[in-house]
Design a protein around this ligand. Structure first.
Ligand code: UDP
Length: 253
């Protein structure tokens, strides 16, 4: 079925969700749109959706192989993947290994300073409020997630961090921080929490381990240029460039 005829379920800043081919499934479409600072800064980065679709597929597949359950089922084409429908938990779960971004600003830490241990933070997903930082008290009091779900989210986030740090470390990339999201899947009266959304250079800080060059969305946020080239470099190092269309393999200039 063509994209045009499919029922749109939700449109976000970088992705669109369409009705899936069977109940309990959705199609996740990766756009080329880039936004930052709560959508005050906008651009179209040609090819970004294709690269993020492929990188996220690679990461979700590998996480699934080590037992980190997630919503990814299969990639359908250059921009779309079939996913499990979940009830999104309205939290952005950020895990940090090195000080950067809002953590550096909040605590006056120089960007690049290693943290004493990995730090996990919760932000409440609400664009109108600018995604405020919240504590577990807010999460349970406002029923965004239960105590048990928070425990599962924390344990899974640490596993994702360990796995991704190793995966990127092996190809000369330091995983500075990343953001992930979770959703509930229901089985009768019981629900479990699985990883959802995407994992890509849009949602991670990735620095070249030797040069400290940024290979992620900060290139867009901070007007550093070469955004697509950097995302392409991440894909190349992960070994997923061979599946890319030649227009992207050969550069998008
Ligand atoms: N992040 C994200 N979406 C958001 C906010 C943050 O994917 O809406 C990611 C961001 O790319 C970085 C990490 O979460 O890898 C931590 O971001 P931070 O809190 O430092 O916010 P920022 O400096 O991006 O405002």
């Amino acid at each position: 079925m063509s994209t045009a005829r499919r029922k749109k379920i939700y449109e976000g800043k970088a992705k669109i969700l369409y009705e899936g081919p069977e109940p309990g499934t959705l199609i996740q479409y990766f756009k080329d749109d880039a936004t930052a600072f709560n959508a005050q800064k906008k651009a179209v980065l040609e090819g970004k959706g294709v690269i993020n679709n492929r990188i996220s597929e690679h990461i979700m597949t590998r996480l699934n192989a080590i037992g980190v359950q997630n919503h990814f089922i299969k990639r359908l084409n250059l921009r779309e993947q079939l996913i499990k429908e979940v009830e999104i938990i309205p939290l952005e779960v950020v895990c940090r290994n090195v000080a950067a971004g809002s953590l550096s600003t909040r605590f006056g830490l120089p960007e690049g300073q290693a943290l004493p241990r990995s730090i996990i933070e919760f932000y409440y997903k609400d664009d109108k409020l600018g995604d405020p930082l919240v504590t577990e008290e807010h999460v349970t009091a406002f029923n965004w997630a239960t105590t048990q779900e928070i425990d599962d989210i924390l344990a899974t986030t640490l596993r994702v961090n360990d796995f991704l740090s190793g995966m990127f470390g092996a190809v000369g990339i330091t995983l500075v921080d990343f953001k992930i999201e979770f959703g509930r899947v229901w089985e009768g009266d019981f629900s479990r929490v699985i990883l959802a959304d995407e994992i890509s250079p849009d949602s991670c800080r990735l620095w070249d381990t030797i040069s400290s060059e940024k290979l992620d969305k900060d290139r867009f946020r901070r007007d550093l240029g070469n955004v697509i080239e950097s995302y392409t470099e991440v894909a190349r190092r992960l070994g997923v460039m061979k599946d890319m269309p030649t227009v992207i393999q050969g550069g998008l200039h």
